[in-house]
Write a protein that binds this ligand. Structure first.
Ligand code: SF4
Length: 231
């Protein structure tokens, strides 16, 4: 990828972030994956009116916690961290076991509901727009992704400024600007979620093959990004 081509894409992202900022209050829900570090870099430098939030599921890999600490220190910015309700986690574990998410897709989804979806609802409460680092070619479930859409599930505008970016664009941005990133990316993890539900992939494998690898590829979403959105 030539630098001017990426620069043009970055300018387009700036326009989207400016639009998101104009839908105040807006929040960037970051997972601290590679795509989200592109947006983190831009938002922390140029769009500070957009709040940065993340979901600490309690099961993240240590490398993700290290990156959260590293990035907030380097950029001198605040990240609002949402944790799950402890009563809900205790109830899930009491009924299903500490790693009960492996036993069935239903239990896995229940765990994602408790550790991700409910905290996300709180992160989005009262907001008019949220920003995500989703890209179309990350998954079959994301191929129709719009850069701007009304999220009918959450009831606010959803901005995905990197929708048309390639993986190569993302890494060009990160490497050419020295943006910090999760150490697991260098160990074969293109997509990073909770530690027990993420593993490395082999070269040539689908980039989300390491997420919930024991399930079929068609439904491999945690529910944070259902398709209830209108362009
Ligand atoms: S990714 Fe795994 S550990 Fe994390 S919330 Fe979902 S099921 Fe639970």
């Amino acid at each position: 990828m030539h630098a001017p081509a990426v620069d043009a894409k970055v300018d387009q992202v700036r326009k989207r972030l400016d639009a998101a900022r104009n839908h105040a209050p807006a929040v960037f829900a970051s997972s601290f994956g590679a795509e989200d570090m592109v947006l983190f870099d831009l938002i922390a430098r140029e769009f500070r009116e957009i709040e940065i939030a993340t979901l600490d599921t309690g099961r993240l890999p240590p490398e993700t916690y290290d990156l959260i600490q590293q990035a907030t220190t380097a950029y001198r910015c605040k990240v609002r961290i949402y944790s799950p309700r402890h009563e809900a986690v205790e109830s899930f574990v009491r009924i299903n076991g500490i790693n009960g998410f492996y036993d069935s897709t239903a239990q896995r989804k229940d765990c994602c509901e408790v550790r991700k979806l409910e905290p996300l609802k709180r992160a989005l409460a009262g907001k008019r727009a949220w920003v995500t680092g989703l890209r179309r070619d990350q998954a079959v479930t994301r191929q129709q992704l719009d850069e701007v859409a009304f999220d009918t599930t959450q009831g606010l505008y959803k901005f995905s400024p990197l929708a048309q970016w390639t993986e190569e664009d993302v890494w060009h941005y990160i490497r050419s600007r020295g943006v910090p990133y999760n150490a697991l990316h260098d160990r074969g993890y293109p997509s990073i979620g909770c530690a027990p539900c993420t593993r490395a992939v082999q070269p040539g494998e689908d980039i989300r093959a390491g997420r919930w690898w024991w399930e079929s590829s068609a439904g491999k979403e945690c529910g944070l990004h259902p398709q209830g959105v209108k362009a």
